[in-house]
Design a protein around this ligand. Structure first.
Ligand code: HEC
Length: 163
């Protein structure tokens, strides 16, 4: 009985891959990507594949090899990281003690800069964190297919990655 074994193997494979993504999951990922790419421009510092970059804002860490939990990551997105180039995105960050127990005065010269475009509301922050976990965390080097998923098929952006 070879066929059932093959089918079972395929089902396992599909369950762990994009094939198994429901329409709703895909929408949620697309929404998070939109925030990462355009609304908050995380990609400006962390690169499109989250692999990190050195340049503007300092050394933006790799989100592919981060060790943070979802909760810790949400905190970093809301509050930025004092004394580094990682900006905050919660409109009330440092107005009260929600960020590491510090207000603007306590943060002093370590006060992070505000996010590039605008602040994000709590559900946008959750969406971008979910996106980062779904697409980057624990992944190895990015692939051509991931590049096309990010930039679309009709840009030249991914040509150099083509095998
Ligand atoms: C202006 C540049 C800039 C932008 C925009 C930016 N980051 Fe960062 N980010 C950084 C830098 C620099 C660090 C490194 C901080 C440090 O040294 O601890 C960082 C660190 C992080 C970390 C911590 C990683 C770890 O393992 O400790 C996370 C998570 C993160 N950024 C996510 C995001 C997300 C999500 C967005 C968009 C909402 C974003 N960043 C936008 C510059 C940026």
């Amino acid at each position: 009985m070879i066929r059932p074994a093959i089918l079972a193997a395929f089902a396992l494979f599909a369950a762990g891959s994009a094939f198994a993504q429901t329409a709703e999951e895909k929408r949620a990922i697309d929404y998070g990507r939109e925030i990462f790419k355009n609304k908050a421009q995380c990609q400006f510092c962390h690169k499109w594949d989250g692999s990190g970059d050195q340049g503007y804002g300092g050394n933006a860490l790799s989100l592919r090899s981060t060790q943070l939990t979802r909760e810790q990551m949400a905190m970093v997105v809301k509050c930025g990281r004092p004394g580094t180039g990682m900006p905050y995105h919660d409109q009330y960050a440092y107005t009260d003690k929600r960020c590491y127990g510090m207000d603007r005065e306590m943060a002093g010269e370590n006060m992070p800069i505000a996010g590039i475009n605008q602040t994000l509301n709590p559900s946008e922050i959750q969406s971008v964190v979910n996106y980062v976990f779904a697409e980057y965390v624990g992944r190895g080097p990015s692939t051509y297919d991931e590049c096309v998923a990010f930039w679309g098929a009709d840009t030249k952006q991914c040509e150099p990655m083509k095998k």
